[in-house]
Design a protein around this ligand. Structure first.
Ligand code: 0PR
Length: 365
């Protein structure tokens, strides 16, 4: 650290230079995040110093977290769902597996995860000492539900399905998973970190949420398609008992127990998440999602016209292509199988899609 601090001017010029090195969202086609909605920014600034880690000191902010859980629970078709605001999909997935492990004590726990599962499950497996058993995917990159049976045994503590996979944007067949979870009395967690704020707003939503009776918990992230500030994730559980099994005593806080992984937790991004939901409502979210899906379709059509076929028709706004090159100045990503991957987030608007297609076309010429 400096012995004597610097001037405010010097400081902010230093910070500006650092920030100027970041790639602007205008060129980012690979991210599942997006610039926050203006109401999210405003709400975030209002709640900057709040700490949900000691909710009794911030009862107003804590009520907003409760409201967020109620809203998202209703969106997932379970008005009585419990949950809490996490730092994102990773924390939600870790916590869901903690619950599953506690509910079924066994010497050598294993969890059944599609090959498409997010790498956060590798972290969860490492922390919790749970073996991962991977289910192969079908030709459309969805979990092959028929292949699960032979992987399950009496040490299986959880089944995982993904609603909106990170790489290909498809929804796993959650209905058969739900049947199997009920039949075998196994905990079923749905990772809807991305798709949870997309699928409910589609014209024809695929079933993936608490409407399926075997679904026990869901990850859903406002800091992705919810256009909130970072960090804003949510873990939702069917039964409040599931969360209480994570409780530890917190003797000197305003509450006597907590189930969260983090201690100190931001209220600002929670207020921001609530702000977006209240401001846009179902109608506004449907319009945002319809725009993203329309841009995804246009991108796929444009790329195919240029001779780059889609890898799959996605269920959500993630487009993937057989295409080895990338025009200069654009940030796209690559799936493990080498497909070009573009996430049509709200900032990836029609103009941006057309500009990208034009640059792709120029490369071809
Ligand atoms: N589950 C799914 C289905 C996800 O897609 C992700 C993240 C997670 C869980 C983990 O969520 P957190 O990162 O909030 O803990 N998916 C993106 C990914 O890893 C996140 C991302 C966002 C990556 C922006 C890059 C980026 O620029 O690919």
């Amino acid at each position: 650290m400096r012995e004597v601090g610097c001037s405010e001017e010097e400081l902010f010029s230093f910070l500006s230079r650092a920030r100027a090195k970041d790639i602007g969202y205008r060129n980012i086609l690979s991210s599942m995040c997006t610039p926050p909605h203006p109401v999210a920014l405003r709400a975030h600034a209002m709640f900057l110093e709040t700490n949900l880690g000691d909710p009794g000191l911030f009862p107003g902010t804590a009520a907003l977290e409760d409201l967020l859980i109620r809203r998202l629970g209703a969106l997932m078709h379970h008005t009585l769902a419990d949950g809490y605001a996490t730092s994102g999909g990773t924390e939600s997935n870790i916590q869901a597996l903690r619950i599953a492990k506690k509910r079924k004590p066994t010497g050598f726990p294993n969890v059944i995860i599609p090959e498409s599962g997010h790498f956060s499950f590798m972290k969860a497996s490492d922390i919790l000492g749970i073996e991962i058993r991977t289910v192969p995917l079908d030709a459309e990159f969805r979990m092959d539900a028929g292949a699960i049976e032979e992987l399950v045994d009496r040490d299986t503590v959880a089944l995982i399905g993904v609603a909106g996979t990170t790489e290909y944007g498809v929804v796993d067949p959650i209905a058969p998973l739900s049947d199997m979870a009920l039949d075998r009395d196994i905990f079923l967690h749905v990772d809807a970190a991305f798709g949870g704020m997309v699928v409910p707003f589609l014209d024809r939503p695929v079933p993936f949420d608490f409407r399926l009776p075997g679904v026990d918990s869901i990850s859903i992230d406002p800091h992705k398609m919810g256009m909130s500030t970072i960090p804003a994730g949510c873990l939702l559980v069917r039964d409040p008992e599931y969360l209480s099994c994570l409780n530890v005593d917190t003797p000197y806080l305003t509450v006597k127990q907590e189930c969260t992984l983090a201690g100190t937790r931001p209220g600002a991004s929670v207020a921001a998440a609530v702000a977006v939901l209240e401001y846009l409502g179902m109608d506004g979210m449907r319009a945002v999602v319809a725009g993203c899906m329309e841009n995804t379709r246009r991108l796929i059509e444009g790329m195919e016209t240029l001779g780059y076929p889609r890898a799959v028709t996605p269920d959500v706004n993630v487009a993937t292509f057989s295409c080895d090159h990338t025009p200069a100045g654009w940030q796209v990503s690559r799936t493990r199988a080498g497909h070009m991957r573009i996430v049509c987030m709200p900032h990836v608007n029609r103009d941006l899609v057309e500009a990208f297609l034009e640059d792709m076309g120029d490369m071809d010429a």
